[in-house]
Design a protein around this ligand. Structure first.
Ligand SMILES: Cc1cc2nc3c(=O)[nH]c(=O)nc-3n(C[C@H](O)[C@H](O)[C@H](O)COP(=O)(O)OP(=O)(O)OC[C@H]3O[C@@H](n4cnc5c(N)ncnc54)[C@H](O)[C@@H]3O)c2cc1C
Length: 397
């Protein structure tokens, strides 16, 4: 097996006995999940996790960890990863037209700063035998059926979990989500009463779809932010920073946010094919953010886990297995949110959905499952919302 490549990419020499079973690029939730799963299934697998940053590192995010994520953490063998953070079941949503629902969700959600959450995931991967290196990946080649990164790292398969602006995705020639399916959001931190435990979402008619949020952490601070679709932001003709920071200050005037940081959100209706050959895309690199809520951590954990699984179970040709399992896990959900995202272009549809959720707890629970997990909408409930939507349209005329 100790066969020498004649010459590695970029002129360096690589030895076949340096081959990793799996190279994961990106140490966010998707990459960490892939690495953890690979070692969980094959404890002897040589797994390398590369990230351009050292951990702990910050990441622009609302820090909302849905209950569904804890199911994934349990599957990955780390059920108590965030057990020391305060759980909360209280959710309040104001629709673009002012319909309100405030209710207790079926299961507790958490708010954990990504600086903490991601570092814990990477530590868990390291503890499971994954080698973690700081390395900014810039080039990729396929040599003798292997993946070679930057001419120095050779692997049988790779998981590209390098986020919304994925370099790996570009290197394998897969297009990013089109602008119309890309959102942009800014987040900051603000002081709130320590006993504030309501996760609040304030949807906005102006520039719809757009919303602000306040997600209290439980330590007297909250993650606050504002997000909108990229084309809507461009249509303002003003600098992005001015619009995002301005709207956040305007919508949550009582909270003074610091540490503001913005990032793109590739929404799932624009998702590309999930890889090419032995390179599997996961998380934001695969464009898996929920278009109704902007939640992406759950989908990053699921897709990362499935990519890690396929990479070690079907190393020679992992993409078909990955595609199949991804479809099984998220296919119906993604088709549901594709359709709902179309309907949601009319703010009246969301008003009707929130209004229905305020009256019927099972609709509220279902919306939570669709917005934060892998939920789908049974036809009778879809029809109930559509009836209310039509009725409110008739009343308005
Ligand atoms: C403002 C905002 C608020 C959000 N709020 C929420 C929320 O409350 N809840 C939720 O579930 N989702 C939320 N999301 C979405 C969520 O942040 C993402 O879906 C999630 O981070 C995706 O995880 P990931 O592992 O795919 O990518 P990331 O978390 O982006 O991780 C990618 C990693 O790849 C590394 N990397 C990038 N390029 C390279 C390279 N070339 N070489 C090596 N390493 C590289 C980066 O350093 C990074 O560590 C929000 C997003 C934004 C922008």
């Amino acid at each position: 097996m100790a066969r020498r490549f004649r010459r590695g990419v970029q002129g360096r020499f690589t030895q076949m006995n340096d081959v990793w079973d799996l190279a994961v690029v990106g140490g966010g939730p998707a990459g960490a999940a892939a690495a953890l799963r690979a070692r969980q299934l094959r404890p002897d697998a040589r797994v390398l996790l590369l990230d351009r940053a050292d951990f702990p590192r910050d990441k622009a995010c609302g820090d909302g960890i849905a209950a569904h994520c804890r199911d994934e953490l349990a599957l990955l063998g780390i059920p108590d990863l965030i057990a020391d953070y305060r759980p909360t079941q209280r959710l309040a949503v104001v629709s673009p037209g002012g319909a309100r629902v405030s209710a207790t969700s079926a299961r507790p959600n958490h708010v954990v700063p990504r600086r903490v959450f991601d570092a814990r995931l990477v530590d868990a991967a390291r503890a499971r035998g994954v080698e973690v290196r700081r390395h900014h990946v810039r080039s990729l080649a396929v040599l003798d059926g292997h993946i070679v990164l930057d001419g120095t790292v050779t692997a049988r398969a790779a998981v590209a979990a390098d986020g919304a602006n994925s370099t790996m995705r570009r290197l394998i020639g897969v297009s990013p989500a089109p602008d119309r399916h890309t959102a942009i959001a800014v987040r900051g931190y603000a002081d709130v009463p320590a006993d504030d435990d309501v996760q609040s979402i304030f949807m906005q008619q102006d520039g719809w779809p757009a919303y602000a949020w306040s997600f209290p952490i439980g330590d007297g601070t909250a993650n606050v932010g504002f997000g909108m679709l990229l084309p809507r932001l461009r249509a303002t003709g003003r600098p992005g920073r001015e619009v995002l920071h301005g709207r956040l200050a305007e919508l949550l005037p009582h909270l003074s946010a610091h540490d503001l940081r913005a990032h793109h959100l590739p929404l799932s209706p624009g998702r590309p094919r999930p890889g090419s050959g032995r390179v599997l895309l996961a998380g934001d690199a695969a464009g898996l953010i929920n278009p109704l809520t902007g939640e992406g951590i759950y989908y990053a954990l699921v897709s990362g886990r499935l990519a890690g699984e396929a990479a070690v179970r079907a190393a020679a040709d992992p993409l078909p297995a990955y595609r199949r399992e991804l479809r099984k896990a998220l296919g119906r959900h993604l088709r549901t949110t594709d359709v709902l995202a179309l309907a949601a272009q009319s703010p009246g549809f969301i008003d009707a959905a929130i209004d229905t959720a305020a009256r019927r707890k099972e609709v509220f629970d279902l919306l939570v499952d669709v917005g934060l997990g892998a939920g789908t909408v049974p036809l009778p409930l879809a029809l109930a919302v559509v009836r209310r939507w039509i009725a409110s349209g008739v009343r308005r005329r």
